[in-house]
Write a protein that binds this ligand. Structure first.
Ligand code: DGL
Length: 272
């Protein structure tokens, strides 16, 4: 029993994203914590969040968190950088002492700071870059760190449409990464939960000279640590994961395998 919040280990973990990109995070959590039940919500009706205003993303995130709390989530993982940067604070304020929140930004910032690097690059959606949250948190944690951040809005639709690792993806990735701002950096942060799908292409571009960091594994560690600290880790087998989307199309169903690495069944939940 979590003393603070009356939560118990047998309750599920809620995970949400603007769509199916957050399935990369859900998959990493499911692998690392096989006894946890996941309730995933992809807000496909509003995808992409990366082009939305902060206010719109906060409104969507609050409603999704309420839905996940109704499903009795003990923890809510914000598996989307655009939602993590826009809505983490507002979610914690709206639902104090009810549920544990994990976002994908804080663990990545901690991973950078622990490496004591000189210069990092960030690629992400327009919403994430223009929020300035990564830039501020990194500067605050390590004032001498040089940060270059670039919005790369073509990458999400390219990946969603199945063009990762194709003749189309290479020139788009090259075009973004050849920006002079990325010169002499030690690491590049993939600050979008879609980007693990093009991680290999990005690593190939830098030929091993730049460390590529994404939030998938560090966020999973944060989930584990937070549950362990609160004595909320489940140790016995749970009921199957549930995957909900706010709009259901055959194309979402077809791309889920790409993101989750296994067949899953999406259920339509009309939240809006
Ligand atoms: N996966 C989302 C993120 O991490 C981006 C997708 C979108 O723009 O909705 O920011």
């Amino acid at each position: 029993m979590d003393l603070l919040k009356n939560l118990s280990a047998s309750q599920p973990i809620g995970v949400f994203d603007s769509g199916i990109g957050g399935l990369t995070v859900a998959h990493a959590i499911a692998n690392r914590l096989p006894f946890e039940q996941l309730i995933y919500f992809g807000d496909t009706a509003h995808l992409p969040y990366g082009d939305k205003s902060g206010d719109a993303i906060r409104y969507y995130s609050l409603k999704i968190a309420k839905f996940l709390l109704e499903q009795e989530a003990k923890m809510i993982v914000i598996a989307c950088n655009s939602a993590s940067t826009a809505a983490s604070r507002v979610l914690a304020e709206f639902f104090p002492d009810q549920v544990h929140f994990v976002n994908v930004v804080d663990p990545l910032v901690e991973a950078v700071v622990s490496r004591n690097l000189k210069k990092v690059g960030i690629i992400a959606t327009k919403a994430t870059i223009s929020s300035g949250v990564y830039q501020q948190q990194l500067k605050q944690a390590q004032p001498d760190l040089e940060v270059f951040a670039l919005a790369t809005p073509l990458l999400v639709p390219m990946i969603e449409e199945g063009y990762a690792d194709s003749r189309i993806s290479q020139p788009i990735i090259d075009n973004y990464l050849s920006d002079p701002g990325f010169e002499n950096m030690d690491a590049l942060l993939l600050a979008c939960t879609h980007y693990p799908l093009i991680r290999q292409e990005i690593e190939d571009y830098f030929q091993g000279k730049v460390e590529v960091l994404d939030s998938t594994l560090v966020a999973t560690d944060a989930v584990y640590d937070s549950l362990e600290r609160s004595n909320l880790l489940s140790t016995s087998l749970q009921t199957p994961h549930q995957f909900y989307v706010s709009d259901h199309t055959p194309s979402f169903e077809a791309t889920t395998k790409l993101f989750y690495g296994a067949e899953i069944q999406l259920k339509h939940f009309p939240l809006w």
